[in-house]
Design a protein around this ligand. Structure first.
Ligand SMILES: [Zn+2]
Ligand SMILES: [Zn+2]
Length: 290
């Protein structure tokens, strides 16, 4: 008799003896995007239809229609594809592609190049759905603004700072002290730490030329208050651009939100140009955090 012979991997009732250990989700070190897809869906604030947010190669977010569409039915300027979590503005040679929601949004004027029959019918379906949401009170549209939809509502008003990171000026989405880390914590929530950290070198408020926009009309020569990080080490500036607190500056923690920087454009963002440095109280508050 061999009571312990032929130990099977299963109990007598067929249930597995060894349960596979649950693995946490991880971001591949080579992934160009660390943004978790979970939580990156939303609703268009004009029509209420579902949208998926994706970062582009320059980190600016774009809202795509959640479903794929046959590439053959889609005009070339509307074709996008996702590679490594990043949205690219062309198809990838496959039979299916993604489309920016703006090209389909029933609350925006139709674009001339979206005249394909298939896109017209998708747009009509979205219009019907939008109507239903409005009729049932499930959605209230917001007025059109020129702010890209990705930027959270202009909560900071004119207190959105212009920050110079790696020689590029960005407009922050909220006051400097309120800009929060986008990384996911071990508790699977978004980190609550601010970017400004007391034990880390901080930027300096300076008056710098507002400069012309890339290839655009120039404004009269003005200087504006810029929170300049140019003197910080490269890694610190990268941390700011990735919108991560010192704890999450390195490591494999994924992002739960998109960084809120917009490349500063003196014409588009004229309302955020300040010709004077912030009052001393604000300056010392920043200094306290150094
Ligand atoms: Zn819409
Ligand atoms: Zn953090």
């Amino acid at each position: 008799m061999r009571p312990h012979a032929l130990r099977s991997d299963r109990h007598w009732d067929g249930s597995p003896r060894h349960l596979a250990r649950r693995r946490g989700l991880q971001i591949a070190p080579t992934s160009p995007s660390r943004l978790l897809r979970a939580g990156q869906t939303g609703r268009c604030r004009h029509c209420g239809n579902r949208i998926d947010w994706y970062p582009r190669h320059d980190d600016r977010p774009i809202a795509l229609h959640p479903a794929e569409v046959a590439t053959a039915d889609t005009p070339a300027p509307c074709r996008w594809h996702i590679g490594g979590g990043i949205a690219h503005p062309h198809d990838d040679g496959s039979a299916w592609c993604r489309i920016p929601h703006a090209a389909l949004c029933p609350r925006q004027p139709p674009r001339s190049h979206t005249g394909s029959t298939r896109l017209t019918s998708v747009r009509r379906e979205l219009a019907v759905h939008s109507r239903r949401l409005l009729d049932t009170g499930a959605f209230t549209p917001q007025p059109h603004t020129h702010t890209p939809a990705a930027a959270p509502d202009d909560a900071g008003g004119s207190t959105r700072p212009v920050v110079r990171i790696l020689l590029v000026s960005y407009l922050g989405h909220s006051p400097l002290e309120d800009i929060r880390c986008v990384a996911q914590t071990r508790q699977r929530r978004r980190c609550t730490h601010p970017l400004l950290a007391s034990h880390h070198p901080a930027g300096r408020w300076r008056l710098l030329p507002s400069g012309p926009g890339q290839g655009q009309l120039t404004l009269p020569d003005t200087t504006m208050a810029v929170y300049d990080l140019s003197h910080l080490p490269y890694t610190d500036q990268l941390r700011w651009r990735a919108q991560r607190c010192p704890t999450h500056a390195i490591g494999t923690a994924p992002d739960l939100a998109l960084a809120g920087w917009q490349v500063f454009d003196p014409l588009l963002h004229a309302a955020h140009i300040h010709t004077h440095l912030p009052p001393p109280s604000a300056l010392s508050r920043d200094k306290d955090r150094r």
